[in-house]
Design a protein around this ligand. Structure first.
Ligand code: COA
Length: 313
């Protein structure tokens, strides 16, 4: 039966999209499911999400399983855990769907594949991913800073006079990339991902996040020497998103993190944002301390699973 099904893992038909999209949202917290299903269906209708992202297994009684994978720029991807109908072949169907997704992603040159699961549902939805080589690496914390009343006092900080924020369009792209890469050294923020992808891949993923606007990317120079980068995304305005903030190792521990964060918040405010959100690795103590002291709050936590994909073989 499972062997028969292998040949039946296929791209979902357009007529099945509404139903299948609801099935693949099964792992999300109930309050997020409807919105997520609408967003995915709309993105597929607009062609922003490839139809191939939605794969199904057809059984004798209709759709027996479904899974969503999203191929992202920068050789990375995100998968959602598979859904399988109740029955004796459930585990086989789940395994087929994950194997199928990984095969497709590998064939498209993906090297890092992530899955995020709400902590309370981890034990229910992680087994099919863990069986196919994903490993649990950390928790992701979602934090937000309220900007409705202006810049919080925790960020009322004056930058040193020799500090310069150079917008990406005025910076040397090579220097921006090299500085980004340097900030990854000894980073506690998803080091597994940084090891598996190049800084160029990371830059591509920031570039394609939302409606990337490199006017909100800055290379930070101190006395002319690069010391850090700040990357903000305002695609979901009035919610601003701090995609990345990093300080090179030799300049850490001198208060620059707070100055860079204040710059991100000030610029987001000036561009009309009423909040600034971010996601941070729960192991990243320095960053968490920095964000909490600045006034970021939030309880949202996600388990992160990663699969590092080698060449097909
Ligand atoms: C996180 C990071 C930006 C902080 O930059 P920084 O210039 O060292 O930050 P600051 O000097 O302003 O210090 C910020 C806070 O972190 C604390 N901190 C610094 N190093 C720390 C460490 N190793 N462990 C625990 N706390 C630490 C500081 O004491 C300070 O807290 P305080 O104000 O209560 O004293 C920097 O470590 C970095 O670039 N890391 C790699 C990239 C990264 O993790 N980016 C965050 C992505 S979400």
């Amino acid at each position: 039966m499972a062997k028969d099904m292998a040949s039946q893992v296929q791209t979902a038909c357009r007529t099945d999209w509404p139903h299948v999209v609801r099935l693949v949202c099964h792992h999300l917290p109930p309050e997020r499911r409807t919105v997520a299903a609408h967003q995915i269906a709309a993105q597929m209708e607009r062609g922003e999400l490839s139809a191939e992202s939605l794969r199904v297994v057809r059984g004798p009684d209709g759709i027996g399983g479904a899974m969503l994978h999203l191929c992202l720029p920068g050789h990375s991807a995100v998968v959602w855990p598979p859904w399988a109908a109740d029955g004796s072949d459930r585990q086989a169907v789940e395994d087929l769907l994950v194997q199928d997704a990984l095969r497709l992603l590998r064939s498209r040159g993906v090297t890092v594949c992530a899955a995020e699961l709400a902590c309370e549902t981890f034990s229910t939805f992680s087994p099919p991913l863990l069986r196919q080589g994903f490993r649990r690496v950390t928790r992701l914390r979602e934090l937000a800073l309220d900007l409705h009343f202006g810049l919080p006092t925790g960020l009322n900080v004056q930058p040193p006079t020799d500090l310069q924020f150079l917008p990406y369009c005025e910076a040397d792209p090579g220097q921006f990339l090299a500085t980004l890469e340097e900030t990854y050294q000894d980073s506690l923020d998803f080091p597994e991902v940084n090891e598996a992808r190049t800084a160029q891949d990371a830059l591509e993923s920031y570039r394609n996040h939302g409606r990337a606007d490199p006017r909100l990317w800055w290379l930070v120079l101190r006395s002319g020497r690069p010391v850090g980068v700040v990357i903000v995304d305002l695609a979901r305005k009035p919610e601003g998103n701090l995609l990345y903030l990093g300080v090179v190792p030799s300049a850490r521990g001198q208060g620059l993190g707070r100055v860079l964060l204040a710059h991100a918040a000030r610029q987001s405010l000036a561009a009309g944002a009423s909040s600034l959100t971010l996601a941070v690795d729960a192991r990243n103590a320095p960053a968490l301390r920095l964000y909490r002291r600045a006034g970021f709050r939030g309880e949202g936590q996600w388990e992160v699973l990663l699969a590092i994909l080698g060449a097909e073989g």
